[in-house]
Design a protein around this ligand. Structure first.
Ligand code: LEU
Length: 844
């Protein structure tokens, strides 16, 4: 496969002034006619006229009305064209019903839908399929389907046809078309300038009862973007469509967002609190893209973080405002450490703005999205809230309508704030997680913190330069008072000292408050000091972090020294958990323990080869010890976590149920599942039903409930995904792979549906000890299925290859087994470009 480099960027030789598309729909022979007005682009070097196009059956081509015969290859066409402007016309045929890659135009449960980001439009017609070619689209759809949608505003419709016109120039990746016998959940929104916008959420008949929450989330998002960013919606209509077969979460097509049904459909009976929260965030994310992504798009795909990092940052701000900042921040950091750190510390490590790729789909990663958002959070911290607001206003004003770059983005910050961001830019170009080592000194009332930064080598980047790292610090006096409130230290050198004067005693530092930078903090600190921070830190994040550190150290000692659980820590934690002044959601997070893969990461970083079985045993022992030690406390907490009002997926109730869920998991270790069974039998919402089911399965007492659950929910694909996933997630290490295998033989297992495939295979990869079973059964099962899926859906296959990204951490046996599976995948004849790139990087 060909490698594409950022440094090779050249603009397209023509501009596309307008685009007219006509679709005559038929499942196996859809005709697509295009009429495009091209004009020479004065800013581009001379080049051959090349249009992307893949898997298209050519029917006819004409320039200015005269038939032409272009030269067609696997990737597109070239054609001789006139000197000045001209009208290009083409007709092609495609087969949506045979499209299992779910890119371009495809069918899902009988409905037509599209997914064009990043490079799917070239599977619809011949086009300059690159984000910097923006044009005004008019679309005509012909077909018998009741509902026919495209971008922009409706232009007209009649028996068997509908037309849409999008006045906003857009790149082809934002094109969308939907047609099917859908029903809608309507709504409306009045914008800040008083315009009425028609809102619709389109679903398959039967799903009407799962729309209300998504619709409300959309309205909240529209309002929030007006209030916080001053951004108003710009069309007469906004459509969202739920689709069952979708590779990702959702897609921000202009005026016609398309969602994986799992990311939009919800009712109290069928969705958990976590589902509701995720849905609210994804609706917001896609809506916010209208300004950060659509009005200002990316010049090329290397700039992907320009829209994704910023939009993730914005949706995180939104969720903080809707549900509380401290809980959101902690959850995001757990997620970052769970998904982005392993990526950044392994063979797939790449900069937030990559410099080369073979398949861009492989770069829709936690690094581009989540680390990309962290970079924006740091920038905001460094320039302050006011500077950030000024810079964003300038960004929207200057670049509206542009296909922009990271350079453009940083420039508005430099101009708006006067700050030089040359060094800061390294966050975009250097891969890897920086480590910051801390040492301290105290003399004559002066406290000195010395910070040393170091970023380990990553593929292609052996040496790293120092980055700008904002380290938020607060100091506490030994009696627990805060003597220095949160201050941001700017670490710019490899090593740098910061002093604080006038202190009467050596303070206890609280470092990296709010997780002010995505780094690994290295600091020798005593259990007493951590316990002190757990009890006294005024920064809620670091208070949680102190507990996390204690949990980690306790588990590491249990794993490496066969130590007993640290009861002093458990008592300190108990005091926090008992504190009913604290938000139940926060206390639930305090009850969480580091994941097994996080522990593997920690051990590996300390030069210890992680043993998944030992990690699992220690984690289990710790949980059981907690349950026994807190046996009196648990019923009390369960009582406190009870919700008496009717179900609402809001922060308050969800927090209580999260605490209740954590308590039930511990209680099950004492009562063998009695409380869980009772909760299962009386549950009137999916959060309670599912948490009870998980406890029962984990306790080995779930057979009955699983059967009941299945018969209750057999017709509901989204709920059945939970049934599939939970069994693998909650099974013990020795049986995980066998369970997963048995589930793939279930008649309802359908590898063509990404949600179902991920439910089983994703859960297998996430069950640390189960996946890493020493006989390699987990590895083998996943690899065999990846090989099968690649023939249908390369994108989802490639993404799931990352399950192997930590393979080099483990012992020789496991390493060898994983390597063999990766080599087996690599050797598969006809392997997709997507998967070839992934396994090559993994094996390098
Ligand atoms: N742009 C989408 C998002 O919002 C991703 C796309 C590939 C479906 O993250």
């Amino acid at each position: 496969p060909q490698t594409i480099y950022l440094k090779d960027y050249t603009p397209f030789g023509w501009t596309a002034e307008e685009v007219h598309l006509t679709f005559v729909l038929a499942p196996s022979a859809t005709r697509v006619r295009s009429r495009i007005r091209f004009a020479p682009n004065p800013e581009a070097p001379k080049q051959d006229f090349f249009l992307h196009g893949e898997q298209l059956k050519p029917i006819s081509f004409a320039i200015d009305g005269t038939p032409v015969t272009p030269e067609i290859s696997d990737t597109g066409l070239t054609c001789a064209v006139p000197e000045g402007g001209f009208t290009w016309e083409a007709e092609v045929e495609i087969a949506p019903v045979e499209n299992f890659a779910l890119e371009g135009l495809y069918m899902s449960n009988g409905m037509y839908c599209t997914q064009c980001e990043a490079e799917g439009f070239r599977k619809i017609t011949f086009y300059p399929d690159r984000p910097d070619v923006m044009s005004v689209f008019t679309v005509r759809i012909e077909g018998d389907e009741r509902v026919k949608l495209s971008n922009g505003n409706p232009k007209g419709s009649g028996e068997g046809w509908a037309e849409w016109h999008d006045p906003w120039p857009k790149p082809a990746y934002l094109f969308a078309l939907v047609a099917g016998d859908l029903v809608n959940h309507p709504g409306s929104f009045t914008t800040m300038s008083g315009r009425e916008v028609e809102l619709n959420l389109w679903v398959r008949p039967g799903d009407e009862g799962k729309c209300a929450f998504g619709m409300e989330a959309l309205k909240k998002s529209m309002k929030w973007d007006e209030e916080v960013y001053g951004r108003e919606y710009d069309l007469d209509i906004f459509n969202i469509v739920a689709v069952d077969d979708f590779n990702m979460g959702a897609m921000e097509n202009k005026g016609l967002n398309i969602f994986n049904s799992s990311a939009v459909l919800a009712s109290p009976e069928t969705a958990t609190d976590a589902n509701f929260e995720r849905i609210e965030a994804i609706i917001a994310h896609e809506y916010f893209h209208n300004w950060t992504g659509n009005r200002i798009t990316c010049r090329d795909w290397f700039q992907l973080c320009l829209k994704e990092g910023l939009t993730v940052f914005r949706d995180a701000q939104f969720t903080s405002d809707m549900r509380g900042e401290e809980v959101k921040r902690i959850s995001d950091v757990i997620d970052l450490r769970g998904r982005q750190f392993p990526e950044d510390q392994g063979p797939l490590s790449h900069p937030v703005r990559p410099e080369s790729f073979q398949e861009i789909n492989n770069f829709y990663t936690a690094t581009v999205y989540e680390k990309g958002a962290e970079v924006i959070g740091m920038l905001k911290r460094l320039v302050g809230d006011e500077g950030y607001a000024k810079a964003l206003d300038l960004y929207f004003e200057r670049h509206d309508g542009d296909a922009a770059t990271i350079e453009d983005w940083l420039k508005v910050f430099e101009e708006a704030t006067g700050r030089d961001l040359t060094q800061f830019k390294r966050w975009y170009s250097q891969a890897g997680t920086p480590h910051v080592a801390v040492s301290e000194a105290f003399a004559d009332g002066t406290y000195t913190l010395t910070l040393k930064q170091h970023t380990p080598p990553t593929p292609g980047q052996p040496e790293k330069l120092p980055q700008v790292i904002p380290v938020a610090v607060g100091l506490l006096s030994p009696n627990g008072d805060e003597v220095v409130p949160t201050t941001v230290l700017e670490l710019t050198e490899a090593e740098q000292s910061f002093t604080f004067d006038g202190l009467s005693a050596k303070p206890v530092p609280s470092i990296l408050r709010g997780f002010s930078a995505p780094v690994v903090l290295e600091r020798e600190s005593s259990p007493e000091e951590r316990a002190f921070l757990l009890a006294h830190d005024t920064d809620s994040f670091n208070r949680w972090e102190a507990n996390r550190d204690l949990a980690r150290e306790c588990l590491v000692a249990m794993i490496t020294e066969r130590a007993a659980p640290d009861v002093a820590w458990l008592d300190g934690l108990e005091a926090v958990i008992r504190d009913s002044a604290l938000d139940p959601a926060y206390r639930a997070l305090m009850l969480g323990t580091p994941t097994q893969s996080e522990l593997a990461q920690v051990l590996h970083a300390r030069g210890v080869t992680p043993d998944p079985d030992a990690i699992w045993t220690a984690t289990e022992t710790l949980k059981t010890t907690r349950a026994e030690r807190w046996s009196k406390l648990l019923p009390q907490l369960a009582e406190e976590a009870k919700v008496t009002e009717p179900y609402q997926p809001d922060a308050e109730q969800s927090g209580k149920r999260a605490l209740g869920g954590a308590v039930l998991a511990l209680t099950t270790r004492l009562d063998g599942g009695a409380a869980a069974q009772a909760q299962y039998d009386s549950a009137d919402n999916m959060t309670l039903q599912l948490s009870a089911l998980a406890c029962l399965v984990q306790a080995g007492a779930g057979a009955d409930a699983l059967a009941k659950f299945r018969s209750q929910w057999n017709g509901d694909r989204l709920v059945m995904d939970k049934w599939f996933g939970l069994q693998v997630a909650a099974s013990g290490p020795s049986e995980t792979a066998d369970r997963a295998k048995a589930l793939t033989e279930d008649p309802d297992f359908d590898m063509k549906n990404p949600n179902r495939f991920r439910a089983v295979m994703g859960a297998l990869a996430m069950n640390h000890a189960g996946f890493h079973r020493i006989d390699g059964a987990g590895y083998r099962l996943l690899a065999d299925w990846l090989i099968k899926l690649d023939e249908k859906n390369p994108q989802t296959t490639a993404r799931m290859c990352s399950a192997f990204q930590t393979w080099k951490r483990y012992d020789a046996t496991r390493r060898g087994l994983m390597q063999a599976e990766l080599e087996k995948i690599a050797a598969k004849p006809g392997l997709s470009r997507d998967v070839t790139e992934m396994v090559t990087r993994l094996l390098s």
